[in-house]
Design a binder for this molecule. Structure first.
Ligand code: HEC
Ligand code: HEC
Length: 322
């Protein structure tokens, strides 16, 4: 007995080590896509003020356009058209991305020219093809609204000014995180949260290398990549405009030609048409384009269909959306 005990102890110890060793890969293999979680530390009242401003048409010159005109929250946070239409029916030059989960982007805009949501929000108000206004006029209109002014000053002691207005809008946008997607429930261990096709689609998304560019909690939004890594998308499409330059438009560096922020795919089931030029209507076609120009490889139709099934599981919920 006395002899057996230490042997048993050693034996148990070895079994334990083997068990930990075997279990390790299962528990610690990091998935390249992470669960989206509710943002913390947001100021509720500032979020509420930002929401009012996001829907406020006084931010445009003739009180006809709000942020929400082009970022329809019930429709997935974009406008569902190829190229956005602003004040007086003026046509923009580029497709509107969704505002959902935009707080997770490492930079804002297709070419990443705005480092923060606050700086991003300065743009549309003065953009002649969007809201066509001047900030001083917008601030004056808002200040003239005494009820709003009074409420605003409770959260921002310096009152209504450009910096505080854009901060409130950004705070609201940071709250636009879509959580509890079927895919997140799957990542959290609910094997029945998504279909078998979607599960295989996720494996294919990793296997083919989509995940090298679309990754993290937002499934994108954390790097720049050239559109047309393998084959020239633009040569095939033709009619190149400034909007197609991507980062080159900012840096004038040839390496940045056609380089864009990799978009988040979280809400992609709801944000057709796709790409910065809005050139493609269905998710299936978008996947074709990615295979041809980003990966330069063929794949059987059924693999692409499964990837589409997977992409559809990425959309979560938000009270503004559904
Ligand atoms: C006329 C339509 C229109 C209006 C109005 C508009 N936007 Fe946009 N928004 C766009 C377009 C188009 C882009 C893409 C522009 C680009 O990348 O060059 C964009 C980009 C964005 C982005 C960047 C998202 C990303 O993934 O990079 C955010 C955030 C955003 N808008 C928020 C706002 C806010 C806040 C307002 C109101 C102050 C607003 N938008 C008003 C059309 C519009
Ligand atoms: C080398 C990087 C890279 C790889 C690999 C890649 N993508 Fe993309 N993806 C991008 C970039 C960049 C864009 C934006 C292109 C544009 O519109 O200018 C994009 C756009 C998309 C869009 C459209 C999103 C929108 O909102 O318009 C979808 C869908 C998509 N990718 C899915 C995939 C799938 C599926 C794969 C694998 C088959 C894949 N991507 C592989 C970089 C990549």
């Amino acid at each position: 007995m006395l002899l057996k005990c230490p042997i048993m102890l050693i034996h148990n110890f070895i079994v334990l080590i083997i068990f930990i060793f075997l279990a390790l890969p299962i528990t610690t293999v990091a998935e390249p896509i992470k669960v989206l979680t509710q943002p913390k530390n947001l100021d509720k009242e500032k979020v509420a003020l930002g929401r009012l401003l996001f829907f406020d048409k006084r931010l445009s010159k003739d009180n006809s356009v709000s942020c929400e005109t082009c970022h329809l929250l019930k429709e997935g946070g974009d406008d569902n058209i190829k190229i956005s239409i602003g004040i007086n029916g003026r046509k923009g030059i580029i497709n509107a991305p969704t505002v959902y989960n935009s707080g997770l982007n490492f930079r804002q805009f297709w070419d990443g020219r705005a480092p923060t949501l606050e700086i991003q929000a300065l743009g549309p108000v003065q953009n002649p093809v969007e809201m066509g206004a001047f900030w001083p006029d917008v601030i004056a209109k808002l200040q003239a609204d005494h009820v709003f002014s009074q409420r605003f000053i409770q959260s921002y002691p310096l009152g209504i000014n450009r910096q505080n207005v854009t901060h409130a809008i950004a705070e609201f946008e940071r709250s636009l995180v879509t959580t509890d997607a079927p895919f997140d429930r799957y990542l959290n261990g609910d094997a029945s949260a998504i279909s078998e096709d979607a599960k295989e689609g996720y494996q294919l998304f990793k296997k083919y290398g989509c995940v090298s560019c679309h990754q993290g909690a937002a499934v994108g939004g954390n790097m720049y990549q050239v559109f047309g890594v393998v084959n020239s998308y633009f040569k095939k499409r033709g009619n190149i405009t400034e909007a197609d330059y991507g980062r080159f438009g900012l840096t004038a560096n040839r390496m940045d030609m056609h380089s864009f922020k990799v978009p988040s795919l979280r809400m992609v089931a709801h944000t057709s048409p796709y790409f910065h030029d809005g050139s493609v209507k269905t998710l299936r076609e978008a996947v074709d384009v990615m295979f041809e120009f980003q990966l330069g490889r063929e794949a059987p139709d059924q693999d692409k269909d499964k990837i589409v099934s997977f992409l559809k599981t990425l959309a979560g919920k938000h009270k503004e959306f559904q």
